[in-house]
Unconditional design. Structure first.
Length: 96
């Protein structure tokens, strides 16, 4: 907690005089305020309260993606020509 000192006090191994600001634990700060040695600095938010989240910036609209060019159709592969039969196979067929 942040405090503004109203009366000189010994804090953190040194003397803090009127008008100076210090930061201390919540309980110690409350005690100093109760005794009249300090006041809480206005605008200081308690750590228990969540800080308001900043509004997210609007996202820019995405640019339209260019349409992909149509892929050319692949040319059909030529069918393999039948291999000529070997002479041995031909002889075997003629004998039947």
């Amino acid at each position: 907690m942040k405090l503004k000192i109203l009366r000189a006090i010994y804090f953190g191994n040194k003397v803090v005089v009127e008008g100076e600001e210090i930061e201390t634990l919540e309980q110690h700060g409350r005690e100093l305020i109760q005794k009249g040695y300090a006041v809480e600095i206005e605008g200081e938010q308690n750590p228990i309260e969540p800080e308001p989240e900043p509004e997210p910036e609007p996202e820019p609209e995405p640019e339209p993606e260019p349409e992909p060019e149509p892929e050319p159709e692949p040319e059909p592969e030529p069918e393999p020509e039948p291999e000529p039969e070997s002479k041995k196979e031909t002889k075997g067929k003629k004998e039947k």
